[in-house]
Design a protein around this ligand. Structure first.
Ligand code: GAR
Length: 198
């Protein structure tokens, strides 16, 4: 039995988080088995450069089928800017995680992504910022929290400088969390994922 955790990474943009996940596969004992994008993006190029199978699609039945065929055990949303349909959240419950660039429950929800999040942190006058890895539920950014990493907000921070520091933490935290989830891999068999197959 293959003890390497087989993950799917979903991305929509530059894919720097995807790249960190690719770079740390060996260290944390997982394999990026497929990269799913909802549009043509740099993340797609990064996956192709690493010779990882890709799927560019907005058809959730097609996506779900590909994940099942590839025996994916965990879906990792890494800068994936699309709402996940409720049936996917239910079917993959506890097997789908997201990284969000704030200390949830602060600064989450619809429209809160990328640089908008750090703009909101500065506008709120927060002294702490950071990122959160959480399970995905039907409520946007509302699933239970797995882990967080924090950074201090400096007086001279702009949204860009803050985002840069938060992203460094994201790239450390996300692979580490996947490594931890792998240790509980008894809860992540691909068989479980097929029970409610649509
Ligand atoms: C990351 O900072 C990620 O946390 C954020 O998008 C960025 C993706 O960067 N995700 C969200 O804001 C989701 N609400 P990347 O494309 O370079 O990996």
């Amino acid at each position: 039995m293959d003890s390497i955790l087989n993950i799917a990474v979903f991305a929509s943009g530059n894919g720097t988080t995807l790249q960190a996940l690719i770079n740390k596969q060996q260290e944390y004992g997982y394999r990026v088995g497929v990269v799913v994008t909802n549009r043509t993006c740099v993340a797609l190029e990064r996956a192709q450069a690493a010779e990882i199978p890709t799927l560019q699609s907005k058809d959730w039945k097609e996506i779900d089928q590909a994940l099942t065929e590839k025996h994916i055990q965990l879906i990792v949303l890494a800068g994936f800017l699309a709402i996940i349909p409720e049936w996917i959240c239910q079917k993959w419950e506890q097997h789908i995680i997201n990284i969000h660039p704030s200390l949830l429950p602060k600064h989450g929800g619809k429209g809160m992504y990328g640089i908008h999040v750090q703009e909101a942190v500065l506008a709120a006058g927060d002294r702490m910022a950071g990122c959160t890895v959480h399970y995905v539920s039907a409520e946007v950014d509302g699933g239970s929290i797995i882990a967080q990493a924090t950074v201090f907000v400096e007086d001279n921070d702009t949204a860009d400088t803050l985002a840069q520091r938060v992203q460094i933490e994201e790239k450390l935290l996300l692979p580490q969390v996947i490594g931890e989830l792998k240790k509980t891999s008894k809860k992540l068999p691909s068989e479980v994922l097929r029970i409610n197959s649509k």
